[in-house]
Design a protein around this ligand. Sequence first.
Ligand code: ADP
Ligand code: MG
Length: 260
Amino acid sequence: MTAVALTNVSKVFNPGRPDEVVALSGIDLTIGHGQFVSLIGPSGCGKSTLLRLIADLIPATAGTVEVAGKPASRARLDQEYGIAFQQAGLFEWRTVQRNVELPLELRGASRAERRARAAEMLALVGLADFAGHYPAQLSGGMQQRVAIARALAVHPPLLLMDEPFGALDEMTRERLQAELLAICAKTGTSTVFVTHSISEAVFLSNRVVVMSPRPGRITATVDVDLPARDDAARQSPAYFDAITEVRRALRGDAAAAATS
Ligand SMILES: Nc1ncnc2c1ncn2[C@@H]1O[C@H](COP(=O)(O)OP(=O)(O)O)[C@@H](O)[C@H]1O
Ligand SMILES: [Mg+2]
């Protein structure tokens, strides 16, 4: 069983109207359990649309979307995934703890279970001491960690992230990247991660999926095989080679990327 399987998926917005947009066309993508896959490509190439299809927030126009071996709609009802977006999207009037408890409340978990799970998740993202704080009392990086804790609160096997670190400064971003990898390794979570950043995609991913716009298509996939994902990895030849390969693929030099 795979974490995500898309077969010949297309998405057309406003079909048959003057403002019709073919956002995605002929998308085939399979993501194995525990894999970390990044989607990268220019603005408007359909990255967010692809993520929303996997999350069943919008329906595909054609093709099939499966999550955890079942139709995306079933997977959504079963809470098979958690989502984190660029803006942390926390509720300002709820404490950090009660923000993390929210998906558990929606699931009807008992108060004791919610408390225990929220404490576990906040410890995981290094915010155990901030459970009683309100979002406005936290830095942007801390808010984003709360959003990740919330996304993981129901222990979903799959994490969907849309430019979650896009609004953060470079140093905070690198620290959260390392933390995210540690969390995914510890929990065995599969991840689909949307980013604009080549270096971020390469550092985090087993596989980088390169997309091009109009219509949105997958033009290349680059496998990234780093011996470790630490600060030393950011200096390694394998890291720089993968960055070059993704950059070439983004330029449309896909043939060169495939043979290099
Ligand atoms: N709800 C929508 N209605 C109409 N067009 C949309 C909608 N959502 C996205 N699009 C269009 O689909 C294309 C892909 O958008 P999107 O997935 O947001 O790209 P990305 O995340 O890669 O920047 C764009 O041309 C965008 O304008
Ligand atoms: Mg987007």
